[in-house]
Write a protein that binds this ligand. Structure first.
Ligand SMILES: *Cc1c(COP(=O)(O)O)cnc(C)c1O
Length: 223
């Protein structure tokens, strides 16, 4: 059987080494263990090993798994890393601590309204479609400055970070560098970038949050 605890330890060591290699403190890189498609039997070993940050890409799937786990581990930090439909905003705000996929004004307005209504505040990252792919969520790089400005100054949201998901066929580093540049010129602090195949490159380019599934949990089950 795939040893999730051992894989988690190895990923953490690799993160620490990648951070130190560029003079960064490993604690400034948050490892989000992406547990989409996996069940509580795979998630529990990671929790037992002391891990607390997890990522899911579907609200519905997360709602089926996490409320129970949270009762046992109240300090879990849950990240939504997939696209969010506006009709799922109430559920998403209730369940998630951080949403990495803010990419439309309508969604930003809904999030603001929901947080005001419930008093729950959720960390928000703006997703940037750095590869300008039609099928992919995220604002285009050329629209990112305006979008961040509108989120902050017109809607009154705190933009905690930016997120990107480079095209599969591209070298990821230029996408990470572009995201870092957009964040720097807008004074945005956090960068959610890097997955199993490329998180070391992402850390070199400033990632504060890496989203890693396969390297921890093994190959995903069909969704
Ligand atoms: C699935 C997913 C990941 C994790 O991918 P791995 O290659 O399994 O590490 C990271 N980010 C997003 C947005 C994902 O959907």
């Amino acid at each position: 059987m795939h040893d999730i605890k051992a894989a988690l330890t190895e990923v953490k060591q690799t993160i620490a080494a990648a951070a130190k290699a560029v003079g960064r403190a490993p604690r400034h890189v948050t490892l989000i263990a992406v547990s989409k498609s996996f069940g509580v039997d795979e998630i529990r070993p990671a929790l037992e090993a002391g891990h607390r940050d997890f990522g899911e890409n579907r609200v519905q799937e997360a709602m089926a798994k996490w409320p129970d786990l949270r009762r046992d581990y109240p300090d879990i930090v849950l990240h939504l890393i997939g696209p969010l439909q506006t009709n799922k905003v109430p559920e998403a705000v209730a369940l998630f601590d951080v949403i990495h996929s803010v990419d439309r004004l309508k969604l930003a307005h809904k999030l603001k309204a929901e947080m005001e209504k419930t008093g729950k505040s959720t960390g928000l990252f703006v997703q940037v479609n750095t590869g300008e792919e039609d099928q992919k969520a995220g604002v285009f790089p050329t629209d990112a400055d305006d979008f961040i400005h509108q989120c902050r100054d017109e809607i009154g949201l705190v933009v905690e970070g930016l997120m990107c998901l480079p095209p599969l066929e591209d070298a990821p580093a230029p996408h990470f560098a572009l995201l870092a540049k957009i964040a720097a010129r807008n004074g945005v602090k956090n960068l959610s970038m890097g997955m199993s195949a490329d998180y070391q490159a992402a850390i070199r380019l400033g990632a504060t949050h890496v989203r890693i599934g396969t390297a921890i949990f093994g190959a995903r089950k069909p969704h």
